[in-house]
Ligand binder design. Sequence first.
Ligand code: EPU
Length: 313
Amino acid sequence: MSSLNSHAKDLARFWKGRILWDSPMSQFSTFKVGGPAEAILTVSNTGELQSLIQWLKKYEIDWWIVGRGSNILVPDRGLAGVIIILEGEFRSIEKLPADPHTPQKEKVFIRAGGGCLLLKLVRYCTGQSLSGLEFANGIPGSIGGAIVMNAGAWGQEIGSLVDAVVLMDSNGNIFSEEGQNLGFIYRKWSMPKNTIVLSATLRLTPGNKDEIIALCRKYQELRRKNQPIAEASAGSFFKNPPADSAGRLIDQAGLKGFSIGGAKISEKHANFIVNTGKASATDILNLMQVVQQEVYKRFGIELEPEVHILEDK
Ligand code: EPU
C-alpha cells in the first residue's frame, strides 16, 4: 500500500465532493491531537463510498473510516492516505415495519447508518419509548465505531442488540450479516480490518418513556460522577484485563495525576488519559508506555489499549 503522493491530482479529478488536503486530524479527535491526513473526504451515500473504495484499491492507497473520533489516536507525524467521514444517508435512523412472520413480535427494529451518532440514536429510541440502549447514553461514538469495538458500559454491550448489519469489505463489495455472526467479544468484533459498517439494525423493546428517561439519566449521572467527561479524552484508554480493572491497577501503581507534557492520568479515573490543553499525540503515546511499564512491573499484567492507534500501514 502507498500514500496518496503522486495520485493527489487523480483524486482531485475523480472526487466531485470537497477534499481537505493535509488537514490536522486533531479536529476529528475527541483527544484533540493528531497530525495531518493527506486527504479527508466526506461521503454521503453507498454508491459514492463504493466507487471511492474501489478507486483507492486500484491505486493501493491506504484509508481509514473515522466516525466521531472518540476512540482514536493519530500520531503527530500524521497519516499517509485518505480519511473517510460518513455523512448523508449514513447518518439516518429509521424504524422498520413490523414483520408479521417474525418470531420476535415483541421487538422493534431500528436501522441506523454507520455514521449516525450513538447519542442521536439513544435520543431517538427514548422519543419512541424503546428500551435497550439506555446504557449507551453518554458514549460519544458513531454507530459504526460502536459496533466495530462492541462499545459497552454498565455490564451491557451494543453487540447483544445487533440484529443485522450491512457491510462493505475492502474491495467495495456490499453484503449483509446477522448480528450473531459478527463474533462480538469484549470491546471487539471479529470481522476483517477495514470492513465498513454501512448500517446496523438494532433490536429494541417497547417500554415506558419515563422509565427509559430515568435510566438514561442514571447512567449519565454515574458517568459524570466517576469519569472526567468534561475533559478531552478518548474514554477508557486501556481494555480491562480479564477479571480485573485497568483503572484500579493504574491507580494502585500510584499514577493518578502523573503527566507527560499536556497528557495526564486523570485524577478522577485512572484509566482516562486526558489532554490538559496542549498535549501532543507523542505525549499521550509516551504516557501510555509509562503506564504499561509500571503496571507490568507492579502486577505482571500487560495492559492493551482500547483506543485504536491509527498508523501508516
Ligand atoms: N477504580 C479505581 N481507581 C480509578 C478508577 C477505577 O480503583 O481511578 C476501580 C473502581 O473503584 C472499580 C473498578 O476500578 O472498582 C472499575 O472501575 P469503573 O467502575 O469505573 O469501571 P471501568 O472498568 O474502569 C468500564 C468501561 C467504561 C464504562 C464503565 C461503566 C472499560 C475499559 N471501561 O470502566 O467504558 O463506562 O465500565 O460501565 O471496559 C470506555 O470504554 O471508553 C468506557 C468509558
